[in-house]
Design a protein around this ligand. Structure first.
Ligand code: FMN
Length: 196
């Protein structure tokens, strides 16, 4: 991505970081910048793209997305990331169908009411993320939002349309690694989402 980093170890996309500390992604971003490490901001961040860019600079930042079913949302998010100085897009491709997180359902996992999905919230209706009894609001929201039909063809289209480096996250086989590169990916991320 044209950047020197202090080591090949960086911060992966972890959503909802403010659940552990109010400064959430802003704090981890500042730490990454201080150490000149790569940071990948999750689209499920509690801080917005521009807030992260303003809070830290000079290190390599990438934005991770789950492609939305609505193209205009993807367009706007990517435009904002480029403008804010992010150097690449990480597209997570292993979450078209979410794992059956039984404990999330049992615990009716939902975003605590004092927190917001800052990047997402401007694009979705106010009650898109609503606590319901007997289910995980988080899983329901992602099912409603994520484009489960995202394909290799879309990777090609993204490369042409956005003129932005793309990393495919969630590659698990040599065949998919080769296909990702054929479709124009600038990087692959071997991952099974922590088995989740
Ligand atoms: C609490 C938590 C939140 C996560 N949020 C995201 C996310 O928003 N986007 C994403 O692509 N991966 C997310 N992940 C997955 C991690 O980025 C990563 O893939 C996983 O921890 C496994 O590491 P590995 O990819 O290096 O194998 C999350 C993981 C955890 C534990």
């Amino acid at each position: 991505m044209g950047h020197d980093v202090a080591s090949p170890i960086g911060l992966g996309p972890i959503g909802i970081q403010a659940i552990t500390h109010p400064d959430g992604e802003l704090a981890s971003s500042k730490a990454a910048a201080k150490l000149n490490q790569v940071q990948i901001l999750s689209i499920g961040s509690n801080y917005d793209i521009e807030e992260i860019a303003a809070g830290s600079n000079n290190n390599l930042k990438m934005l991770q997305i789950y492609p939305s079913k609505k193209q205009e949302i993807n367009d706007d998010i990517i435009k904002r990331a480029k403008k804010a100085g992010f150097k690449a897009l990480v597209i997570t491709c292993d979450t078209s169908i979410r794992g059956n997180r039984e404990s999330d359902i049992k615990n009716q996992f939902s975003l605590p009411s004092n927190l917001k999905f800052k990047i997402w919230s401007r694009y979705v209706e106010k009650d898109a993320y609503k606590h319901k009894t007997g289910t995980s609001a988080h899983a329901d929201f992602l099912k409603h939002f994520i484009d489960g039909s995202f394909s290799w063809e879309n990777v090609r289209q993204y490369k042409q349309k956005y003129n932005f480096p793309i990393v495919i996250k969630g590659i698990m086989s040599p065949e998919d690694a080769v296909e990702a590169v054929k479709c124009g990916a600038d990087g692959i991320w071997v991952s099974n989402h922590g088995g989740r």
